[in-house]
Design a protein around this ligand. Sequence first.
Ligand code: SAH
Ligand code: SF4
Ligand code: F3S
Length: 459
Amino acid sequence: MADKIEYKVPEIKSEGQKFYHVITFGCQMNERDSESLAGMLEDMGYLPTESREEADIIILNTCCVRETAESKVFGLLGRLRQLKVAKPDLIIGVAGCMSQQEEVAKKIRHSFPFVDIIFGTHNIHELPRMIQQVRENQEAVLEVWATEKGIAENVPVRRKDKLKAWVTIMYGCNNFCTYCIVPYVRGRERSRNPENIIEEIKGLVAQGYKEVTLLGQNVNSYGKDLQMDYRFADLLLDLDKITGLKRIRFMTSHPRDFDQRLIDIIASTNKVCEHFHLPAQAGSNRILKLMNRGYTREHYLQLIDNIRKAIPGASITSDIMVGFPGETEEDFADTLDLVRRVRYDSAFTFVYNIRSGTPAAKMEQVPEEVKSARIQKLIDLQNQISLENNRQEEGKVLEVLVEGETKTNPDKLAGRSRTNKLVVFDGSPDLTGQLVPIKITKGRLNLLEGELVPGGAVK
Ligand code: SAH
Ligand code: SF4
Ligand code: F3S
């Protein structure tokens, strides 16, 4: 079992009100980490600000899963240089997956010497001490731990949302898909102790949270590293018993580790939502093997069948990649075929991108123009299916957790169905935070329009 280390409250005295600004790139795990960065900064007396100019400390929480994410960070650092010149006391920190890579940390140090703190994914809880160090010594701090020294529990957190909370249940990944950098920057799988997770979620419910999303790169492996016979399905069963909690979601699931016991347990629970994000990545067995995904298209299709049999109406979404090294037209046709067979409600589509240090970087690459043509075909197909699926929802009554007024149209309310579809409808903002029945009147590409069922049971 992973050791637990306690968060230490820093002794930093603030002179005058100071402000912080955290910019997040990448996945939900990073979003959740940023909520801890914000929590620690608030504990130190900083207040949040939307304005970079007003901020006394700016932290970039970075992602390196694709090159585009990295270029954005380098571009932003270039622009922050002027801010630092205008305000020399400004503290700039770079955290996360990019800086976890030694050569990237060195590059940031060299190309952007005005950056005060560079730290990785394993020591974010050390931020207050690093800030203190910068203030006292007036010199930059570069601290990237090769591994974590145990899971830091009780780190302060400032959550972005008041109804829905992200709860990381495990860190790292053991899968080493041949294209992916994540295992190198997030380390091996470490599961949080179930008691800590349950306690955190009970605390959230006491604060009024209605929904939790359990996070991990592969939540289906949860518990394998704990010295007890307790797996992801057991955690779901325990969380399902928490009074006041309305919805449980999780991501990401790995198709190889999604077994029948888990499907049956999910079918037996009330709170686990009928939405499964099951990244297929590719539809060709040859490519799946080269990717080291550990399953075949037949296994994947069978899994989708089993889920749909046990949980009617389940929504399935995916991540799909095109242009993996060596992908032929035939392989790509297999991917399109898989998408047609599964009929995903939506999918994140990616063009394969070389990540140095991963095995696929050394394989024979697909030309850029071929990749561009393939991604366009894939997006067109998926959009067509998403729209058709959403039209199928017309006439149905869905339970929606009301999140509040829409950003673009304050007269409209928005929320999510249990199947994680965005639903927009007319109603009073007082409904925010409630579960309401909505009759779907129109299915669009990325959302459903509906109307409140008069006198419908509101839980
Ligand atoms: N743990 C999750 C996904 C984490 S990364 C899983 O296994 O499904 C999110 C997505 O980024 C992946 O699903 C993959 O589709 C994409 N991705 C990862 N590495 C990539 C690369 N080198 N090029 C393009 N897309 C990549
Ligand atoms: Fe990357 Fe594969 Fe791990 Fe997902 S399962 S984070 S794609 S190595
Ligand atoms: Fe990116 Fe790190 Fe997440 S590389 S996708 S932020 S785990």
